[in-house]
Ligand binder design. Structure first.
Ligand code: PLP
Length: 374
């Protein structure tokens, strides 16, 4: 008997999440010390100096003790920043864990999980892994004003009596696309009460607030709304693994039954608490990202490439040909970007906004590669 056949039915149908390249492995393979890492939407502008100072000051004597399972201080800090009731906050080992935890907690075989085509990859994996039925809703066409974005009409039409869970990232990774307030509000009103609706706001800190609504401000429109956010992106703490979900206290209590008790480690809790309090640093990151994002888009356009609208710290770029060879040739030059074949966009690459010197290397390498592969 094959071991795969012993796995739960959902797990048998599952493929492991593709985390992209491990930079250390690539450094060794290429014999280079320095890479330009624009493949994982990390924050090249760095975390708050307060966080770095706090981490350096740790003596780690308390590493022998379990952390606070309730993460009280961090929840108080998140509550202060968001205005949300601490009893409705659930912490995760990254928001990735929360996205999966929500499916494991609410989805049973036969339940449908609705999410958009080109939506964040974890949505489909969580749907399948939990034994549910994935309902992948076709995205808007490339010719739309919000090209490749989630189609609000089709998303609403996909809702039904078996819908248990809905996922939407706003803005979405990898497309960068978003729904405005009216669109999101109109959709939330149509989600049945027997479903949980997750709005993934991993890039919330980067958005133009006049264009992208804070889903929390629409919480009255659905009783089972969950908003997920993370310290991995704008806060610059991807390695520490902290994300959080904002919901009703009742929904948080149900998640508490399945959450791994100590999933947010002690140093991650401390670092995240310091990070969320440093609003000046976040303002700096937001402004630097906006400037550099414009620069990245302009650079791609100078090379004759189409870019899609984005509210994140990344840009989806269309090459008009299979993009995998381009990605591989960039990798050989020490530049990491993300191929999009797995998202059904094999002619595109997703490129994270970087520092000016990183862009200079990227633009030169890409010009060379495009010339070579012509
Ligand atoms: C990066 C990302 C996440 C998860 O990040 P964590 O590091 O697990 O918090 C979640 N959703 C989207 C859309 C992302 O791009």
């Amino acid at each position: 008997m094959r071991i795969e056949d012993l796995a739960a039915p959902g797990v048998q149908r599952l493929k492991a999440y593709d985390p992209g390249y491990d930079p250390d492995t690539i450094r060794r393979m290429l014999g280079r010390d320095r890479l330009v890492e624009l493949g994982s939407n990390e924050n090249g502008f760095g975390p708050s100096p307060r966080v770095l100072e706090l981490l350096r000051a740790q003596d780690f004597g308390d590493a022998i003790r379990y952390p606070d399972a309730g993460a009280r201080q961090l929840k108080v800090a998140i509550a202060a920043r968001t205005g949300h009731d601490p009893a409705g906050i659930t912490l995760g080992n990254g928001s990735h864990e929360l996205l999966v935890l929500i499916a494991e907690t609410f989805v049973a075989p036969g339940d449908e999980v609705v999410f958009p085509q080109h939506g964040f990859a974890v949505f489909k994996l969580a749907a399948i892994g939990s034994g549910g039925t994935p309902v992948e809703v076709p995205a808007l066409p490339r010719t739309d004003a919000m090209p490749l974005g989630a189609d609000p009409v089709a998303m609403a039409a996909a809702l039904g009596p078996r819908t248990k869970l809905v996922y939407l990232a706003n803005p979405n990774n990898p497309t960068g696309t978003w729904w405005d307030r009216e669109t999101l509000a109109g959709f939330l009103r149509q989600v049945p009460e027997h479903a949980v609706v997750v709005i993934d706001e991993a890039y919330r800190e980067y958005v133009d607030e006049a264009l992208v609504p804070d889903a929390l401000s629409l919480r009255e429109l659905h009783p089972h709304l969950v908003v997920t956010r993370t310290f991995s992106k704008a806060h610059g703490l991807a390695a520490l693994r902290v994300g959080y979900a904002l919901s009703s206290p009742a929904l948080a209590q149900v998640l508490e039954r399945t959450r791994l008790t100590f999933n947010a480690n002690l140093y991650a809790q401390r670092a995240a608490t310091a990070a969320i309090g440093d609003t000046a640093h976040l303002d700096h990151v937001r402004a630097a990202n906006a400037t550099q994002r414009d620069e990245l888009i302009a650079g791609m356009q100078r090379l004759g490439l189409r870019t899609f609208p984005t509210q994140g710290n990344f840009v989806l770029v269309e090459f008009g040909r299979p993009a995998k060879p381009i990605e591989e040739a960039l990798l050989q030059r020490g530049v990491l970007v993300r191929p999009m074949g797995g998202y059904g966009l094999p002619d595109c690459l997703r490129i994270t906004v970087g520092l000016p010197d990183e862009h200079a290397v990227l633009f030169a390498a890409l010009a060379e590669v495009l010339e070579e592969l012509r």
